[in-house]
Design a protein around this ligand. Structure first.
Ligand code: PLP
Length: 306
């Protein structure tokens, strides 16, 4: 049924080792909760958070040697759930499979990207499925992304589906803007994916007393700020690359360029802070790191390979 009616959702997260080589998860409960919010929207059953967390603990405990030792690298984790009834007919499925696959990923140098503000296609509208991490949202984004790439852009910046004015996000990242000294991020409105990195960054900004606003931000406002020089930074935020600087933004016939951020740019500071937290070189006042300790009974005792 997933193939025909699209009940398929996923999460994306990472296990990393701290400087002492101990494996950790980062805010796994938030991923468990978001999977269930996605499930609710797609009319799929909730997965008990405990199963989600125990499955991760068990799997990473077994697979921890696959977490690379190099700082900044990690074991990417992809939990996902999909409908499996062998059935045709539009209704919620009765049977689902939940799986987790993993892959080691190297330190990710996020090269600055060129964005195209999309004025033909939309990713999501309020009331739609934009807030769910649902497979179908990505299917809908592939054509506009391909067309933008053919024109030399890296990714599209999604605008709201009614007036094409309010900025939403980019492909797999939420967006942050620094105008004068204020960090601004679009307020989530039902059409924007609620990124955990976005939330992590907002909490770090609050803790560091860096002023920020969650509000509607329009493409006109950003282009104007770019033209008059008050736009200091734009960056995307998400689990995969943490922080990705934007070096160019095109909207209709106008293009603004943004200087490649220095080490003192807010985006660079935030990226460093998150990497330091994960590495255990700064104290985790937030309680975000969860050690991987396995779940005793489920550990393979002799690990027969057959
Ligand atoms: C996963 C995702 C993000 C980023 O979320 P994180 O939890 O920070 O990784 C942003 N936008 C979309 C569309 C996503 O699917």
């Amino acid at each position: 049924m997933a193939l025909h009616y699209g009940q398929a959702i996923f999460e994306g997260m990472k296990a990393t080792k701290n400087i002492d080589g101990k494996p950790f998860l980062f805010r796994p409960e938030e991923h468990a909760k978001r999977l269930n919010r996605s499930a609710a929207r797609m009319c799929m059953p909730a997965l008990p958070e405990e199963i989600f967390l125990d499955a991760l603990q068990c799997l990473i405990d077994i697979d921890q040697d696959w977490i690379p030792d190099i700082q900044g690298s990690s074991l990417y984790l992809r939990p996902f759930m999909f409908a499996t009834d062998p059935f045709l007919g539009v209704r919620p499925a009765n049977e689902y499979t939940f799986m987790i696959i993993t892959s080691p990923v190297g330190p990710y140098y996020a090269h600055p990207v060129k964005l195209l503000a999309e004025t033909t296609y939309v990713r999501a509208v309020k009331g739609g499925t934009g807030e769910a991490k649902a497979a179908g949202n990505y299917a809908a984004s592939l054509l506009p992304a391909k067309l933008a790439q053919e024109k030399g852009f890296d990714q599209v910046m999604w605008l709201d589906g009614v007036h094409f004015e309010e900025i939403q996000e980019v492909g797999t990242m939420n967006l942050m803007f620094v105008i004068d000294n204020m960090v601004i991020t679009p307020k989530t409105d039902g059409a924007i994916l609620k990124g955990i990195t976005r939330d992590t960054i907002l909490q770090i900004l609050k803790y560091k007393n860096i002023p920020f606003e969650e509000r509607v931000i329009t493409i006109s406002e950003v282009m104007e700020a770019g033209a008059k020089g008050s736009l200091k930074e734009i960056f995307g935020v998400g689990t995969a690359a943490v922080v990705v600087p934007v070096k160019e933004l095109t909207y209709k016939t106008d293009t603004i360029k943004i200087e490649i951020p220095s080490e003192n740019a807010i985006g660079s500071i935030l990226k460093k802070e998150i990497e330091n937290l994960r590495a255990g070189v700064v104290e985790d006042q937030f309680g975000w790191l969860v050690p991987v300790i396995g779940i005793g009974a489920e550990k393979p005792v002799s690990a027969p390979m057959s």
